[in-house]
Ligand binder design. Sequence first.
Ligand code: MSP
Length: 563
Amino acid sequence: MWLKRYQIVRRVVQCRYLSLFSYDSNGNVQPENRPHLYTTPIFYVNAAPHIGHVYTAVLADAQHRYSALSGKKSSLSTGTDEHGFKIQQTAIHLDSNPSELCLRVSQQFRMLFDAIGISYTDFIRTTETRHTQAVVHFWKTLEEKKYIYKGTYKGWYCASDEAFLSEEQTVERPDPSGNRIRVSIESGHQVHWMSEENYMFRLSAFRPKLLTWLQTNPIHPVSFQQIVYQWLEEELQDLSVSRQSSRVSWGIPVPSDSSQTIYVWLDALVNYLTVAKYPDLKYAPWGPSIHFLGKDILRFHAIYWPAFLMAADLPPPVKLFVHSHWTCQGVKMSKSLQNVVDPTECIKQYTRDGLRYFLLRNGSPERDCDFNHNSVCKLLNSTLADALGGLLNRCTAQAINPLQCWPHYQCLNIPPSAQDQLQTLLGALRGLPEKVDQFMNNFQVYKALEAIDVCVRLSNAFFQSQAPWKLHSGKEEEKAWGQSVLYLSLEALRLYATLLQPAVPGIAKVILDRLGVDNTHRILKGSHFFTATEGKNCCFQGQKLGPNCGLLYHRLEDKDQHN
Ligand code: MSP
């Protein structure tokens, strides 16, 4: 009776709250009307954070900040994945207890993310009570809907990846001592044969629905969607979703059977629901979710996760944004190879924004990228120090801008020799916000940064060729043109800094402060650029610049130059 009453109340509450949202003709909630939830994966606490972890977080952060810049509401969640065999073993190995290990490493992640400027709205730890409640509720829902049953799992298990693998996903190889071992083809980690009575999830029932979901093109870049299609060419096997607690005790017990612990990936994936306040009915169904993840965890997010959600009658993710890996001298970073790059050291060396810029600009979704000091120096010196810093320095220098203000643009005094270059520059600058918007909507932040950089270089070339400093002492028309060149360069800088805020918020702020741009003019929505060139008013003309900020970005020492 209680169950029935609960179900009626649940339906009434759901209906009441659903009426806040709009529906399509099939009665489905329209996701566009709800704030987007951007998420990073939650990070294992068995080792300290490295540059690869920071990359996923910075990517998601840039997208979340861009959404605010464009006047849209969104939230960003991140956190730590604290249960499972791996953590249990690491704690034993360190002669520590799992709670202490989780707290210590979770704090390291949190402090690092604060230092690198991840503007998360929620930081979740899977050992929190709110999360246990969400997982237990989710499990019971799957059970109620008969998607969970007791069975025997027989197959290969990879403890390092906490993943089940089919025969075809493994291969035999010699280990360093020449013994033949079986490993996962994808990760190279050793697998072991397992035969255990577990609870199983009816994953096999979801193949058709997953294929339908894929038709909405949820996975970016498309090459990763093709991989998922390939996986779905074959029937799916049901998935074991628990472990005997005698082997894995560090986890959430199965609600009605404490001899079993819930599989860490089911536990971990539900974190996205926990941060969306599941199972609180007034938030049901959860809002549109955009997950950022590395390619190594694609199967969990593109097959298991949408299937779990569909089984619980919840909407599958709207988008999965997948990226490739950072390598160190061509080799994937890993704790066991001791080749991980420490992000805290990098922040000290390159500054917070320097590191963000390098990762966002050089990281690519489709191919692995190498992290090395020379590439960092080359990129940051040429972009942030020389091109952007140089432009700011030139248009605000006392010698060129003695009044320290925004001059007026005077369109009647354009020298014929400058006409073509001016039109090219203005064309590029006017089109830039839309270009950046398209790239950001396709999760191509590296292309957005490249497009901004191209324009910064055009601005520098224009400034150099028009040489406004030479025009100060010339005829009246020359002086006026010199002022216009200065105005155009300052306005271009205002545009670049506005667009750069999601990627390098600190550097963008320094520029906007120096230009004297107030907070109301720092968002994209409703902002207009280059209006003076169309004969319209531009509120910055005649306005004072902000205080001098010194060098925008100090050139880094390129070790190669000394060799
Ligand atoms: N705990 C799981 C995720 C659960 S999400 C419900 C996990 N954790 S992880 O700490 O191993 O990895 C977290 C993220 O870091 C993943 O997106 C992974 O791809 C990313 N990276 C780990 N090493 C990386 C590189 N070397 N380069 C880029 N990203 C990499 O998986």
